[in-house]
Design a protein around this ligand. Structure first.
Ligand SMILES: C[S@@+](CC[C@H](N)C(=O)[O-])C[C@H]1O[C@@H](n2cnc3c(N)ncnc32)[C@H](O)[C@@H]1O
Length: 254
């Protein structure tokens, strides 16, 4: 697909097209029911905040998307906040792994999509979302209201997971909705884990490299003097030709 649809905004990806071709594609997109704005992606996802830059092509001039998925609604700025519409199915699948009596930590929570979808499906006793981006946190709080999440059910923590996780709180489930960066952040998820914690790690690699990625994580846990057991891994979505986002589930044994 040469574009992403994020609610009311379509984002074209074909840099090698002429202006005339882009306008033609934009006019066709604006005929679709919900699309009111067409932008073009002008950079790849970059930096710690995993953001993109866009260029305006046609329609209403806005960067604010309102997007529905999994019986929830999300509002955010497409240039200052990361959001992937391709993870909607994954968010439903991971929700099925959460129980009502679980406490859940979502590291790298973005605009609150994982916490809100999990709450809607499973109503666990507590969800905490940690997110570095101030703008993301602003929309995360707004999305709690838009989705009528009762006060106190989902806590928004703005800051770096490396500073915000201190081991005082241990969770039944830790979801690492990781940015595609070198740092595994495993150390911090283990600080927030106790015996029996289910740890969901998102990693990015080619099919042939998944075993190596898992071995490296098991070794990293061992070097940190923690025992973890691999439960399963699944292909969560594609991020580029031949490169995938894998969800790797571990059980923490100590
Ligand atoms: C791939 S995005 C995932 C966002 C969200 N979970 C989603 O799926 O829509 C990664 C997020 O991690 C945040 N982030 C990056 N480094 C971080 C850190 N050290 N501590 C907390 N959040 C961080 C980024 O700002 C970004 O919003």
């Amino acid at each position: 697909m040469a574009y992403d649809i994020i609610g009311n905004i379509a984002i074209l990806k074909g840099e090698d097209k002429t202006r005339k071709q882009k306008l033609k594609e934009a006019r066709a997109l604006l005929r679709k029911p919900h699309i009111r704005t067409v932008l073009e992606k002008s950079t790849n996802v970059k930096g710690r905040l995993r953001t993109i830059k866009t260029k305006y092509i046609l329609g209403e001039k806005t960067l604010i998307a309102e997007c529905r998925e999994n019986n929830s609604i999300f509002r955010f700025n497409v240039e200052t906040c990361y959001f992937s519409p391709r993870l909607a199915n994954e968010r439903q699948l991971i929700s099925e792994k959460i129980n009502m009596n679980d406490s859940v930590l979502v590291m790298f929570a973005g605009v609150g999509v994982y916490p809100i979808v999990i709450y809607k499906y499973r109503k666990p006793i507590k969800i905490v979302g940690i997110e570095l981006g101030k703008e993301c946190c602003k929309y995360f709080r707004e999305n709690l209201k838009l989705n009528k999440i009762p006060n106190g059910k989902i806590e928004v923590v703005q800051g770096d997971v490396k500073k915000k996780i201190n081991g005082k709180e241990k969770y039944d489930v830790v979801i690492m909705a990781r940015p595609n960066l070198k740092d595994s952040f495993l150390k911090y998820s283990l600080i927030a884990s106790k015996k029996g914690t289910r740890l969901f790690y998102y990693g990015f690699c080619r099919d042939e490299d998944i075993k190596k990625l898992i071995d490296n994580l098991l070794k990293e846990a061992k070097d940190l003097n923690r025992k973890v057991k691999l439960k399963e891994y699944i292909h969560a979505c594609d991020i580029a030709p031949y490169k995938h986002r894998f969800r790797i589930e571990f059980e923490v044994l100590d």
